[in-house]
Ligand binder design. Sequence first.
Ligand SMILES: NC(=O)c1ccc[n+]([C@@H]2O[C@H](COP(=O)([O-])OP(=O)(O)OC[C@H]3O[C@@H](n4cnc5c(N)ncnc54)[C@H](OP(=O)(O)O)[C@@H]3O)[C@@H](O)[C@H]2O)c1
Length: 327
Amino acid sequence: MQKAWYYEEYGPKEVLKLGDIPLPTPQHDQLLVQVRAAALNPIDSKRRQRPLFPSDFPAVPGCDMAGIVVAKGTSVTKFNTGDEVYGNIQDFNAEGKLKQLGALAEFIVVEESLIAKKPKNISFEEAASLPLAVQTAIEGFKTAGFKTGQTIFIVGGAGGVGTLVIQLAKHFYGASHVVATTSTPKVEFVKELGADKVIDYRKTKYKDIEEKFDVLYDTIGDCKNSFVVAKDNAPIVDITWPPSHPRAIYSSLTVSGEILEKLRPFIESGKLKAQIDPTGPYKFKDVIEAFRYLETGRARGKVVISAFPYTESTRCHFIREQEESCS
Ligand SMILES: NC(=O)c1ccc[n+]([C@@H]2O[C@H](COP(=O)([O-])OP(=O)(O)OC[C@H]3O[C@@H](n4cnc5c(N)ncnc54)[C@H](OP(=O)(O)O)[C@@H]3O)[C@@H](O)[C@H]2O)c1
């Protein structure tokens, strides 16, 4: 058995329980990973609150993780035991239910196609913060058909996705002018991410912004108001469902390890930096508090969980399998 957070009915964060669940066995294309850090996403709360992307009960929440490979299926070719890996383990693009066993457990199984090796220059916590948000951020640029040299207006520059959209616009997609919105306390933070200009939405209304942009990228679902900053016929990307303006195009993430591999040079060169909310990383025992904070909608970057418990019995189980000795 292993420790995990799970829920057996839909509801508020209080339905979450910390307890023992069986250790999973990796299938032929899967790896068994000892989780060292995980990150929360709004989808983890939404799935817990109602039957959205259902899985079987008891359901362990969590998509994003970073950890160490401890066993692998027979057809795995890209990874070996001992590799440090990271990824979003829930394939939202696949048919059928999502995995019952999410990332908030000591050990998880994941298909090798969904993960990548962790860049050596970042911690497990930093790595865990990236996958789902960066996969979403990149898909939005594709949805917009973004071209080098275009200007971009980003609504929600301080959130898990927005912090990455700003950095990608600057360093990956070659935007000529990046403007992002946030509230007063986060203006300096958003500037430091690389935005050329930050709009404090508590002081300035969209309709008072004179410049019009080649692309509007709305991460908070405010298109019904924000559309006024887009040029006529400019793509308006909304990552929330349903989009709140007839011109807005809904953009949904593609889950794959390949995307993370493509970003490796930008992560290793420090151009793309993980943004961990300063209230964290939270300890494994404090997952409910971490969800409470995420659900305020005020997170700055990503809400990260670290320090997984690793009971002696589970640790020994895998050490025994690998080294055939365990004291
Ligand atoms: N389609 C997809 O594939 C996909 C993937 C990931 C996420 N999503 C969805 O996208 C949304 C954002 O996800 P996330 O992970 O970035 O959420 P998040 O990290 O929880 O976003 C929190 C941020 O939103 C900002 N915010 C709230 N109201 C704002 C406003 N009126 N103007 C500007 N910023 C505002 C907050 O900044 P302030 O405190 O400064 O207001 C805070 O920094 C969620 O609804 C999520 O479910 C969709």
